[in-house]
Write a protein that binds this ligand. Structure first.
Ligand SMILES: Nc1ncnc2c1ncn2[C@@H]1O[C@H](COP(=O)(O)OP(=O)(O)OP(=O)(O)O)[C@@H](O)[C@H]1O
Ligand SMILES: [Mg+2]
Length: 350
């Protein structure tokens, strides 16, 4: 006769089942929605399926059968799969900007995880692939493009009292609130002002023709993100996280916001994923491990790149030229070139 199992036993067994291709299990990742006992000693397991690939729930299902019936001795197991992701790439009524083929947002839930570093290096990497690139630094609170690109005293050139030309550096056309305020003045923005500034940057900048406009968003899910998502047809968002647990929880919220506004999630960039000791070559996982995988699995998306902690990346950012253009031979530059290739490959044909 089949053993009567407790819910704890069942959940513990499910906790041994890893999501295909990942180090984390399906309980930790929130894939198991419910484990309910039936009258006949069987169990019904409900899974949230965030993936649009059919083989994922199939693979998870056979591992669950193995764990519960074979290993634990459950009488029978019924699986239910509930798809959770809305259609990726769903088109909305939002407008495209004249002359701009693709708009890609770089976002995160938590501050300081390296969004601006990723956005700047992605921009120059796409430029190195031969695309025409603009970078919109939409971080009203902490603009960083002027410093990262070393634009010095240069300012956008205004024409006709309304429109302006972006500043061009390292092959990238740049617009940032940093060009319009001086370093000393603290900027205290209220919601409507933030929305107004982002809208103005989008509409009044004379970008010319661009293959990609990369948008560096402030952290979180506030007014700038919403304005951007409401105003323009975003081709996708790249979510940046560190491997840390707290960053992942916040990044998940950011990812879900993009889903809600029907912006396709292109994937995850795990930044600061370990430090390779320059002397001994050993990997030190300063910010923990697995955050990128966890976020990717929970949202059914991929980890597009993992950028390690490297002093050169910080130094290049502070020094006025992103690493990918300042030191193209550096291994971290190769990470961003690969990211650029993957982002470009994910764009819809136009
Ligand atoms: N992989 C890395 N290795 C070393 N330093 C890094 C790395 N990524 C980012 N940094 C440094 O960490 C700091 C924060 O990075 P960055 O400004 O890109 O983060 P952010 O997410 O844009 O922050 P904010 O939320 O303030 O906008 C910067 O000094 C940057 O040079
Ligand atoms: Mg930033």
């Amino acid at each position: 006769m089949a053993k009567k199992l407790t819910q704890e036993e069942v959940l513990a067994a499910l906790g041994q089942v890893n999501y295909p291709g990942y180090q984390s299990d399906i309980v930790t990742l929130g894939i198991v929605e419910e484990a309910a006992p039936g009258a006949d000693g069987g169990w019904t397991i409900t899974l949230r399926n965030p993936s649009d690939r059919e083989e994922i729930p199939r693979a998870i299902g056979s591992r669950i059968h193995q764990a519960l019936t074979h290993d634990l001795g459950a009488a029978k197991v019924e699986l239910r799969v509930r798809p959770v992701a809305p259609e990726l790439g769903e088109k909305t009524g939002r407008k495209r900007l004249d002359g701009i083929r693709h708009i890609v947002a770089v976002a995160s839930g938590k501050g300081g995880v390296g969004k601006s570093t990723v956005a700047a290096n992605l921009a120059v990497a796409l430029g190195r692939l031969g695309y025409k690139i603009g970078l919109l630094d939409a971080d009203i609170y902490g603009p960083s493009a002027p410093m990262m690109f070393g634009t010095g005293a240069e300012r956008p050139r205004a024409v006709d009292g309304k429109h302006f030309y972006p500043v061009e550096r390292h092959g990238v056309k740049l617009i940032s609130i940093g060009f319009f305020i001086d370093d000393e003045s603290p900027v205290i923005w209220r919601g409507p002002m933030v929305m107004g500034a982002v809208r103005q940057f989008l509409q009044d900048t004379l970008w010319g023709t661009l293959d990609f406009l990369v948008v560096d968003l402030p952290p979180g899910t506030g007014d700038a993100q919403l304005t951007l998502a409401q105003e323009v047809a975003l081709d996708g968002a790249v979510i940046v996280t560190t491997p840390q647990e707290v960053a992942v929880a916040d990044a998940l919220r950011a990812a879900r916001m993009f889903r809600q506004v029907h912006c396709p999630l292109l994937g995850v960039v795990e930044n600061m994923s370990g430090y390779v000791c320059p002397d001994c070559g050993e990997l030190d996982e300063i910010f923990g491990a697995g955050g990128g995988d966890k976020l990717a699995a929970a949202e059914g998306i991929e980890v597009l790149a993992r950028a390690p902690i490297v002093e050169a990346l910080r130094a290049a950012g502070d020094g006025g030229a992103p690493l990918t253009i300042a030191r193209p031979e550096h291994p971290a530059s190769a990470v961003f070139m690969e990211l650029a290739r993957r982002v470009a490959a994910a764009m819809p044909a136009d």
